[in-house]
Design a protein around this ligand. Structure first.
Ligand SMILES: O=C(O)C1=C[C@@H](OP(=O)(O)O)[C@@H](O)[C@H](O)C1
Ligand SMILES: C=C(OP(=O)(O)O)C(=O)O
Length: 417
C-alpha cells in the first residue's frame, strides 16, 4: 500500500494522541506480577501493547510479540518467573535479528531456564518459568535499557531482591527511571543507590487503579508539523500530556522551542496541567547540535524537521539506532537523499547535515522499512513536498494506530495509490 499526502494550508487541530506504549507495557507487566484484577486505564491501543494484553489474557504456548522490542524483553523476564509454565516467545523476522543475549545471560545467571530455539543470542526463546532467588548482577548498560527495565520489574518478586550494577555508558536512562517510577507506583522499593547501581527490595507489588499518560513520542510528530507549517494562525492542541511527565521524550518541547514552536500548558478543571497548545514563536536557531542518548526515538523527527527547515545539524548518541525496528541510521540517510538532503554518519553513531543538497527524487515514495517512526516522521514532510508518498503506511500501528485518521481530521488529504 502507498499513501499520497497533500497538506492543508492551515494547521488548526486538536490531535487525539495514543497513550504511551512504554508506560502501558510496564503497567501491564507489573499488574501481571501483582496478580492484579484492576486493568490499567487508558492503555495504548497500539500493536506493541496489544501483543502483551493478548499474551496475558490468552496465555498461549507460543507467544508472538510481533515487532515489539519492549514486549519481547519484558515478557522474557516475566515468563522466566512464571512458575510451572512453559512458553515459546517469538516475533517478526526483524525481531529474530534484534539481540537479546544480554538479557538472557543475566536471567540465566539468576537461574532462569531459557533456550535459544533458533540462532544463539536472538529470539525465538523457549522459557520454562520457575522461582528465582535474585541477588547481585552486572549488566552492560550500553546496548538497550529494555534489558535493564525487564530485570528490574521482576526484582520485587525475587527472594533476595535484585541489585543491578550497570557497566559501560548508560543509554536511554530516562526509560530506566520510568521503570523505577512505575514500579514504585505499584508499591515497589526500587531506586538508584549510586550512579551505576540500582537496588530493588524483595517485596510484593500492590495492584491499584492506574491511568496511563498519553504519548510524548507521538506528540513529537505534531510538533514537527507545527515547525514545518507556515500559516499565521496555526495552532495544535494536544491532550493528556503531563508537564511533569516521566517520559524522557517530553524533552521534545524544549528541543522544538529552538525550532520555532512554542508550548503552552493549560490546566484541566481538576487543576492538572495536561492540555498543551503549540504555536509558532518565530524564532529558530541557525544550527542544532544535540545528543539523543536519552531520547533515541526522537531522532527521526528532528532529522526530517531540521533538514526541511534548512537548519544544519550534528546529532550524537545514536549508536543504538542500528538495532531498532530497522537500521535507522541507514534508512534516514537513504530516504533523506530522496528529498534532496545529503546526510552522513560518523561511526554509525552520529548524523550530520552540513547543508549539502542533491537532486530530489521521491516519485516512488518514501520507504518505511517496517518502522513506524519512518512513516510518522516523514508524513509531515508533505507540508513542504506536495503529494509526498509514503510506502507501507500501515506500519504506524506499532505505536500510533489512528495517525492517518488524525491527519485527515486535521485537513490532510490522504489518497491510497
Ligand atoms: O523501555 C522502553 O519503553 C523503550 C526504550 C528505548 O529502547 P532502548 O533502551 O533499546 O534504547 C526506546 O527506544 C523504545 O522505543 C522504548
Ligand atoms: C525502538 C522502538 O520500539 P521497540 O524497541 O520497543 O521495538 C520505538 O518505538 O521506536
Amino acid at each position: 500500500m502507498q499513501y499520497e499526502i497533500t497538506a492543508p494550508k492551515e494547521l488548526k487541530h486538536t490531535a487525539i494522541l495514543p497513550a504511551s506504549k512504554s508506560i502501558s507495557n510496564r503497567a501491564l507487566v507489573i499488574h501481571a506480577l501483582a496478580g492484579g484484577s484492576i486493568l490499567p486505564e487508558n492503555l495504548s491501543d497500539c500493536d506493541d501493547t496489544e501483543v502483551i494484553i493478548s499474551a496475558l489474557r490468552d496465555n498461549p504456548y507460543e507467544i508472538n510479540i510481533k515487532a515489539a522490542g519492549t514486549a519481547m524483553r519484558f515478557m522474557t523476564a516475566l515468563l522466566s518467573v512464571k512458575e510451572g509454565e512453559e512458553h515459546v516467545l517469538t516475533g517478526t523476522e526483524r525481531m529474530k535479528h534484534r539481540p537479546i543475549h544480554v538479557l538472557v545471560d543475566a536471567l540465566r545467571y539468576l537461574g532462569a531456564d531459557i533456550t535459544y530455539v533458533g540462532e544463539e543470542g536472538f529470539p525465538p526463546l523457549l522459557i520454562k518459568g520457575h522461582r528465582l532467588d535474585g541477588g547481585l548482577l552486572e549488566v552492560p548498560g550500553n546496548i538497550s535499557s529494555q534489558f535493564i527495565s525487564a530485570l528490574l520489574m521482576i526484582g520485587p518478586t525475587l527472594q533476595q531482591g535484585l541489585t543491578l550494577r550497570l557497566k559501560g555508558d548508560i543509554i536511554s536512562r530516562p526509560y530506566i527511571d520510568m521503570t523505577l517510577w512505575t514500579m514504585r507506583e505499584f508499591g515497589a522499593d526500587a531506586e538508584w543507590s549510586d550512579y551505576e547501581t540500582i537496588t530493588v527490595k524483595s517485596q510484593p507489588y500492590h495492584d491499584r487503579a492506574y491511568r496511563i499518560e498519553n504519548d510524548w513520542s507521538g506528540a513529537s510528530y505534531w510538533y514537527e508539523m507545527m515547525a514545518l507549517a507556515t500559516g499565521d494562525d496555526d495552532e495544535v492542541i494536544l491532550n493528556g500530556l503531563m508537564d511533569a511527565s516521566k517520559q524522557g521524550d517530553s524533552s521534545v518541547r524544549y528541543i522544538f522551542s529552538l525550532l520555532g514552536v512554542k508550548t503552552q500548558f493549560a490546566t484541566t478543571e481538576q487543576g492538572i496541567p495536561t492540555k498543551v497548545t503549540l504555536r509558532h514563536s518565530g524564532r529558530c536557531v541557525p544550527r542544532l547540535e544535540y545528543d539523543f542518548v536519552n531520547s533515541p526515538d526522537l531522532t527521526q523527527t528532528f532529522v526530517v524537521t531540521c533538514a526541511l527547515l534548512g537548519v544544519p545539524f550534528h546529532f550524537r548518541g545514536l549508536a543504538t539506532l542500528k538495532i531498532k525496528e530497522t537500521d535507522r541510521i541507514s534508512a534516514l540517510k537513504t530516504e533523506m537523499r530522496k528529498l534532496g538532503f545529503v546526510i552522513y554518519d560518523i561511526n554509525d553513531s552520529e548524523l550530520v547535515w552540513d547543508g549539502e543538497r542533491c537532486e530530489p527524487d521521491y516519485a516512488d515514495g518514501i520507504d518505511t522499512y517496517e518502522d513506524h517512526r519512518m512513516a510518522l516522521a516523514f508524513a509531515p514532510a508533505a507540508l513542504r513536498f506536495p503529494s509526498l508518498r509514503i510506502n507501507h503506511p500501515e506500519v504506524v500501528t506499532k505505536s500510533y494506530p489512528h495517525y492517518w485518521d488524525d491527519l485527515r481530521h486535521c485537513g490532510f488529504q490522504i489518497q491510497q495509490r
